[in-house]
Design a protein around this ligand. Structure first.
Ligand code: 6GU
Length: 246
């Protein structure tokens, strides 16, 4: 998968070199390219923001640098793979999908991560300040492949941390990124329930015993205990995830 990121803080993405995703990059499974938005601002001060039209607090990101950055990325994608723009946007197109992380977007989820992991090319446009001039979203939405995505109902200062979270959730679903694919199956949210609690050795730590069933060697009993733990945990902290009781 190719991922392009447009940001005024490229340093946020240095962490993509670490851990699983760094290895995925080294192995060619992930091709991440980070672009400094200021490199597409052509005035002397490389200005990327301006005051909100109509008044109000804060600053808004100007459209011109965004247009130049996104055009350059889309052009390079087309040059690399001329066929990708052929299909219709809502008909299995593999043209790049542009994601604007935004608290005004659809809420990100595990099922959305699965959907996005099937894309060939994602482009993240990280807004700062009070956001990006709406005409940028409208301009690229006309091409049909734009989504606004939120991490949840709270406010971040910009899209960078949200982009990192989404890339981690998506990246680990790409074939070959996580060593043991089974570890992807028995996880919180994969089937709508939270994960069961995990234990390792020693069997007793600070007077706390590992649940005896886990030492029983009875695989059916262990599986049943774990499933019950998942249901109990979900009922306790996230009851809205459980199917309605009748
Ligand atoms: Cl994607 N961006 C910002 N700025 N704040 C957020 C968010 C995104 N998701 C939750 N809060």
């Amino acid at each position: 998968m190719r991922i392009d990121i447009v940001t005024i803080f490229p340093g946020y993405f240095d962490t993509l070199e670490l851990s699983l995703l760094g290895k995925a990059k080294d192995r060619g499974l992930l091709d991440v390219r980070v672009h400094d938005l200021r490199g597409f601002a052509h005035d002397r001060h490389r200005t990327v923001d301006d005051t909100p039209t109509g008044g109000g607090a804060g600053m808004v990101m100007k459209p011109e640098p965004w247009g130049a950055a996104l055009d350059a990325i889309l052009l390079s994608a087309q040059e690399a793979e001329p066929g990708v723009f052929d299909a219709e946007p809502d008909n299995g197109s593999q043209a790049p999908l542009i994601i604007f992380p935004s608290p005004a977007g659809e809420v990100f989820s595990q099922s959305m991560a699965r959907e996005l992991a099937a894309e060939r090319h994602l482009v993240f446009g990280c807004g700062r300040y009070e956001g990006i001039d709406q005409r940028v979203v409208d301009e690229y939405s006309a091409g049909g492949r734009v989504r606004l995505i939120s991490l949840g109902d709270y406010v971040l200062n910009g899209g960078e941390v949200a982009t990192l979270a989404m890339i981690e959730a998506i990246g680990r679903l790409l074939p070959g990124v996580v060593g043991n694919p089974e570890s992807l199956v028995e996880e919180s949210h994969e089937d709508g329930l939270l994960e069961y609690p995990s234990f390792t050795k020693p069997a007793t730590w600070r007077g706390r015993d590992v649940p005896p069933v886990l030492l029983s060697g009875n695989h059916a009993a262990i599986a049943a205990w774990r499933q019950q733990q998942r249901i109990d945990r979900t009922r306790a902290v996230r009851p809205e995830l459980l199917p309605p009781e009748d």
